[in-house]
Design a protein around this ligand. Sequence first.
Ligand code: 4NP
Length: 148
Amino acid sequence: MNILMVCLGNICRSPLAEGILKSKLSAEHFIDSAGTSGHHSGELPDQRSIAIARINGLDITDQRSRKFTVKDFDEFDLIYAMDRSNYDNILHLSRNDNDRNKVKMILNESFPNENLNVPDPYYGGDQGFLNVYNMLDQACEVIASKIQ
Ligand code: 4NP
């Protein structure tokens, strides 16, 4: 399976989702992340994401931010949006139902049909990153259990 995690900047939430899901799946699966905005392209994940990942035994410092593109619909089987705004921005680039059917709200894995957002932690403190980490860990556990 090729799975893409998408947020706005690809420096806070989706790098964590990428790192967490990778840690739960074998290397035969390709997991990547991207942002709907290109504002942080080429940057490392946010230091607070790096820190909360490290506390949990994950190294995400090999990641660099990149922008989501329409080609991602061809490369990935599943595309997980962190929030409704990301979801709408991804769907805006979709070309057909095949593209659209790949796009899911990630927290619907752990809270089906609730369409909950992973809150953007960028302007908050460390507690926000811990909260995001725990939400994503729970959702990725469900994703990994379905795939393996
Ligand atoms: P992310 O968080 O979408 O989880 O990577 C954000 C990162 C940067 C900004 C907003 C959200 N920003 O406005 O620069």
